[in-house]
Design a protein around this ligand. Sequence first.
Ligand code: CTP
Length: 416
Amino acid sequence: MNANTTQSVAGELAGRHIVLGLSGGAACFKAAEFCRLLIKAGATVQVVMTEAACQFITPVAMQALSGRPVYVSQWDARPDNNMAHINLSREADAIVVAPASADFIAQLAQGRAGELLALLCLARPIESVPLLLAPAMNREMWAHPATQRNLAQVAQDGAFVLGVAHGDQACGEFGDGRMLEAAGLLEELIAFLAPKPLLGQSVLVTAGPTFEAIDPVRGITNLSSGKMGFAIARAAREAGAEVTLIAGPVHLPTPRGVQRVDVDSARRMHAAAVERAQDADIFIATAAVADWRPANAAEHKIKKDGSGEVPALAFVENPDILAEVAHSPRAQAGELYCVGFAAESQDLLANAQAKRARKGVPLLVGNIGPATFGKDDNALLLVDDEGATELPHASKRVLAQQLVQEIARRVSGLDA
Ligand code: CTP
């Protein structure tokens, strides 16, 4: 499961009521896991299944996972008014159909209502109850013009169509059309429901350590895990931004919807950041960039020659990515808002204030490096021209969301 998601979801959907619809497909097994994750994230879940879905997984299993009786038939006499389609669609914060089969999407495209699930999608208050579809089907069915036509139609009619994955299919073929994994569905739903203060903004984030080669098998790096930067990239995307994440060598999954550029050395990170900053509105430099690199990386592995002599390493300074971007004409003209991080080991406020002035950024975020490297939590000190604001100890996920809100507030203040 996605590490970003595991780290983050407890209680994130508290108070949300989700109608989880299942139409027929082998991907129904993933809907069971998705249901479990929704419950774990604090949502209440009402499962509605088509007859075809019941061929793949039983309502008993989905009842056990959701803690509520499942609805299948539009003639279900349990509701006093015998109008399950009205009741269920009006109490939902969102309807998520996962899997959404080719046939189900075709029914929606035509406004058909032959079964309870399609009926309640049609009957939902279209302005207030969003409908998310997670397609799942064989690659030929996915690529068929009829399916693509229907997908375009349902999107035009207000449904939000999630992407599909590429890979092995239940039928034994390989290609596009697999349903997203449960963790990916959860990440998409959380992103969909989040407020969008950065809509239309382009955000560039650097994250993780850099790796400075000594020779082809050795190098110098640091303990940065990249978790804070990845969490910020995710939160910025959820807030509506187009996000590019330039990542040093880390073992973290890419947040959904984020464009990732992998680099190793500070110089490569510098080149990637300077190029992409030209189109960005906001630059957030969380990377722990190596200050120095070996002056001459050896072309071949440096060998011991038996004399006991150790190699002498000379260093040269790396480019300061943040300072350079922050002093670019666009940043100076107020078209690019730059945010720096300061990993300190002591005197956080004084060091952060000095670093803010030295880097020439409007906002500098201080944290105690050794206390946070590799961990899932942190505490931040925001320093700008108004003074210092503390974001007290919390998970990196929560801090990233708070920081993104703080940045959005400052950026929209600039625009106003
Ligand atoms: N930074 C950068 N390029 C560098 C060094 C740092 O973009 N070559 C950025 C970091 O991403 C961070 C900020 O500058 O946003 C501060 O990084 P930090 O390592 O705390 O500061 P340094 O400038 O390296 O200063 P020092 O190590 O002396 O504290």
